[in-house]
Write a protein that binds this ligand. Structure first.
Ligand code: AMP
Ligand code: MN
Ligand code: MN
Ligand code: MN
Length: 286
């Protein structure tokens, strides 16, 4: 039997709800063999996750999901097999986290204009010192009864075009790829189907991504319709990009997604792990 991979997941170090040890335990229970931890703009969970994975007899891939901008569109670029000690990468991530604080304050001000008080402080408290994100605002809005669900919080307030949406000051696409490649990692465009781009714009994005050093794209992502998987699979073949798969697991609250529970890659797709350095063992620490 071939190994089970899940190359996209989150913990309490960004907007997930499990600790790295809890995440690894859940992955193990679901028979994952190779897990990548890819928190938003931070690698703080890698050391704990690696130790837990070692104890569980699993392989842990050090990763990160970098927030980036391309043609005014926010994109997520995953770095796999990164050296988390790499200074330019860490300096870049620190810059993004700083701009997240500014953005969160601005989100708070916009919610106040909608008569929602104290959102910034509350979201910060929910984040407990982790990387602050819109997810923490969504949890606050649900907890205070402003909206019935996190999905609704995005729909009414936080999604692009809504009253409290503030575009982030993220990395340029090429910059994000350069940080990942500089840290010895493999750059993967996350969930390409989620950006709602036209067919031709998506091809342009994939082409530019590849030109600036991007090597792979997610073809299998959490809660994705089968037709989209087929479409992404054929694009990966057409563009000559490796294919990745990952649940984008954030925790048990999202009951419709589970870690390691994913369709397999289609046989024509070249798996991203064939691009990992031979014997990659995550030797460097966070
Ligand atoms: P941020 O990086 O602060 O812009 O927050 C983005 C995160 O919000 C994503 O990684 C998802 O975890 C979450 N998110 C985005 N859109 C939605 C949505 N419609 N419903 C629930 N969560 C969402
Ligand atoms: Mn997230
Ligand atoms: Mn993402
Ligand atoms: Mn993610």
């Amino acid at each position: 039997m071939s190994a089970t991979y899940d190359l996209h997941s989150h913990t309490i170090h960004s907007d997930g709800t499990l600790t790295p040890s809890e995440l690894v335990a859940r992955a193990r229970a679901n028979r994952v063999d190779v897990l990548a931890l890819t928190d938003h703009d931070v690698t703080d969970g890698v050391t704990e996750a690696r130790a837990a994975a070692e104890r569980a007899g699993m392989r842990l891939i050090a990763g990160v999901e970098i927030s980036a901008t391309w043609q005014r569109q926010t994109l997520h670029v995953i770095g796999l097999c990164i050296d988390a000690c790499h200074e330019p990468l860490q300096q870049g991530l620190a810059r993004l986290r700083k701009s997240r604080v500014w953005r969160a304050q601005e989100i708070g001000r916009r919610l106040k204009r909608k008569n929602i008080d104290g959102a910034y402080d509350a979201a910060r408290a929910i984040a407990r010192g982790a990387v602050i994100s819109r997810t923490h605002f969504a949890r606050f809005l649900v907890a205070q009864g402003y909206v019935p669900s996190a999905g609704q919080a995005f729909k009414q307030y936080l999604a692009r075009g809504r009253a409290a949406y503030v575009p982030g000051q993220w990395a340029d696409l090429a910059e994000a790829v350069a940080w990942i490649r500089g840290a010895g990692g493999v750059a993967v465009l996350a969930h390409p189907g989620r950006y709602q781009l036209t067919g031709s714009k998506l091809r342009r994005l994939l082409h530019e991504f590849k030109e600036c050093g991007g090597q792979a794209m997610e073809v299998v992502s959490g809660s994705q319709p089968p037709a989209e998987i087929e479409h992404m699979s054929s694009l990966s073949v057409e563009l000559g990009l490796f294919g990745s798969l990952g649940s984008d697991y954030h925790g048990p609250e999202q009951a419709w997604i589970d870690i390691g529970r994913l369709p397999t890659l289609a046989p024509q797709v070249c798996p991203v792990w064939t691009a990992f350095a031979p014997g990659y063992t995550c030797a460097s620490s966070a």
